[in-house]
Design a protein around this ligand. Structure first.
Ligand SMILES: [Zn+2]
Ligand SMILES: [Zn+2]
Length: 192
């Protein structure tokens, strides 16, 4: 049985691309602050708040839904937490922050909603969709499903062409080895 929240989750995932950092980046409309926008039932919604709602099956209400990753377009529920406006302001002021202090009330609320079962079920749903999209794309490109497309050079390459990354659903980095080397070099130089 598919609940409304499951359908909403699926819809949000359709317009999301997972980045190397694990962010689920919203690909469609964004507001001036960089937050994803979703048109639903004649209203404008903020994508990461909608994700919070359907993941936790709980309305954030007056609370702010904040990012641990400082990426406003990200809707990965692992990167979202509830906070007050004061949290929001200190969050925006904090630079280079790794962790944000949660109030115990917020923590309780998160733990209460975010059971391992719920997390696993939503994770499986996400993986199933990603795998299906991958297999369809490989089929359309006429390559074996073991191949993976590098978004930088746009080539379908065998698994050996990618470094391993245990945090990713397929266990591989998103860019192929040579594109990754070029990107890392560029990043190194841009930091002086
Ligand atoms: Zn993120
Ligand atoms: Zn590449």
């Amino acid at each position: 049985m598919e609940s409304m929240n499951t359908l909403l989750f699926e819809r949000l995932m359709r317009d999301t691309v997972q980045s190397d950092s694990g962010c689920w980046e919203w690909q469609r409309c964004k507001n001036p602050a960089g937050y994803g926008r979703v048109g639903l039932r004649g209203h404008d919604w903020i994508a990461h708040r909608l994700m919070w709602f359907c993941w936790h099956e709980s309305d954030p209400g007056e609370a702010y839904v904040l990012h641990t990753c400082d990426n406003p377009a990200c809707i990965n529920p692992d990167h979202l937490f509830l906070g007050t406006q004061a949290d929001n302001i200190s969050d925006m002021c904090a630079k280079g922050r790794q962790h944000t202090a949660y109030s115990s009330e917020t923590l309780n609320r998160i733990q209460q909603w975010w059971t391992p079962e719920r997390r696993a079920a939503k994770g499986e749903l996400y993986l199933a969709r990603v795998r299906k999209q991958h297999n369809e794309a490989a089929l359309a490109a006429g390559v074996p499903t073991e191949h993976k497309r590098c978004p930088s050079c746009e080539q379908w390459l065998p698994r050996e062409a990618y470094h391993l990354n245990a945090r990713r659903f397929d266990g591989l980095c998103s860019y192929c080895k040579s594109c990754r080397a070029v990107r890392h070099k560029a990043q190194y130089h841009s930091h002086g």
